[in-house]
Write a protein that binds this ligand. Structure first.
Ligand SMILES: [Fe+2]
Length: 366
């Protein structure tokens, strides 16, 4: 990728194809002190009020900068790297490759919590790790009731749901969700019935005196890739069939329709939803339903098999941050008479982690 000049025109060259950059595209990027506010980085002018037929009067290109004077008298000095970055049209997060893992994965991504942790280079590395593996565990996080709210809001903003700003995971009478019992929870994703589905779940262990109640994780990305390779028909129907997910309690009815495996606009993995107590497939033709049921059974087998699941015990002070669009989580059963098991949970969205990661990258010039 490079920038070239010819007469008073700017060209962008990429893999043999050369295209002119519209002068207006460059004009609306003028960045002098009178054009862009130094603190908010917001434009001080309204580009919709500019004349459309703006031309370039003068240009100069060095290794690092493109200097332009426009026909309306404005001039600017743009960083070549910034222009190239806009043409690659890829978010910094998309460059982070997902690492597939299965039950043999035993390097749990641990980071010790410290003072000023959220503004540290280590936090940047933890977030990169989160995007690579879909989870990260913070150790020695202060065991204070509700500290989770503080933690989540130090990365970005908490995503409130009908379970509240945060929720207490411990067994209680007449629960509105099986999470609030001591029963085993098979691998699932949370809130598949919500639009949009909360992106990231955070679980903070306050007390854990029981022998069971191990936390379990499965990489939905690894399983999806496996299904695509070995059972392409199943993969196809699960990526094409929109299923209704629902949650009903005394105060609310939540519903959404989405594929169990959702792909992005490039046909790549985007998100999995799996909660077989809450999903309702539409009334499709019998042969399609037959294929759908076999596909769901197979993916359930894979999600539940020992081959893909990791199990570990959260101890007080541990805080697990996991990608609810990629990973499935669950727990083994426990005996509530052995003692207390108390976790606090909440959700945040990708804009929080992305925003934090980009900020730390800029701060430490990484
Ligand atoms: Fe859950």
């Amino acid at each position: 990728m490079k920038i070239e000049l010819k007469k008073n025109k700017v060209f962008f060259e990429n893999q043999g194809s050369k295209k002119e950059i519209h002068p207006f595209w460059l004009r609306e990027r003028v960045n002098g002190d009178n054009d862009v506010d130094k603190f908010s980085h917001q434009r001080l002018f309204d580009p919709t009020k500019l004349k459309e037929n703006i031309d370039i009067n003068n240009i100069n290109l060095t290794d690092d900068f493109l200097e332009i004077t426009f026909s309306d008298g404005s001039c600017t000095k743009l960083r070549v790297q910034e222009i190239l970055k806009e043409f690659s049209n890829q978010n910094e997060i998309e460059y982070i490759n997902k690492v597939k893992w299965d039950s043999s994965f035993n390097v749990l991504n641990n980071y010790e919590f410290k003072k000023n942790f959220f503004e540290s280079e280590e936090m940047y590395r933890a977030l990169i790790n989160f995007y690579e593996y879909g989870f990260v565990i913070f150790k020695k996080v202060p065991i204070k009731n509700n500290f989770i709210v503080n933690f989540a809001n130090s990365i970005g903003s908490i995503r409130r749901t009908n379970f509240g700003e945060f929720f207490n995971v411990k067994s209680k009478p007449n629960p509105n969700d099986l999470a609030y019992t001591s029963l085993a929870l098979a691998p699932h994703t949370d809130n598949p019935y919500r639009k949009p589905v909360p992106c990231i779940q955070i679980l903070h262990c306050i007390e854990n005196e029981v022998n069971g109640g191990l936390s379990t994780l499965v990489d939905g990305f690894t399983v999806t890739e496996k299904l695509k390779e070995d059972f392409p028909n199943y993969y196809k129907i699960l990526t094409k069939t929109k299923v209704r997910f629902q949650f009903i309690d005394q105060t609310v009815v939540l519903e959404d329709r989405a594929e169990m495996i959702q792909l992005n606009d490039k046909g790549e993995f985007k998100q999995v939803r799996f909660s077989p107590r809450l999903d309702f497939v539409p009334l499709l033709d019998k042969d399609k339903l037959e294929l759908y049921y076999s596909a769901r059974k197979k993916i359930s087998e894979l999600y539940n098999s020992n081959q893909y699941r990791i199990e570990f015990k959260l101890v007080p002070g541990d805080l697990l941050m996991m990608d609810n669009h990629r990973l499935l989580h669950g727990r083994t059963s426990y005996d509530a008479s052995e003692g207390n098991r108390f976790l606090q949970g909440c959700y945040i969205d990708y804009d929080s982690t992305e925003g934090k990661l980009k900020h730390l990258k800029r701060k430490f010039n990484l």
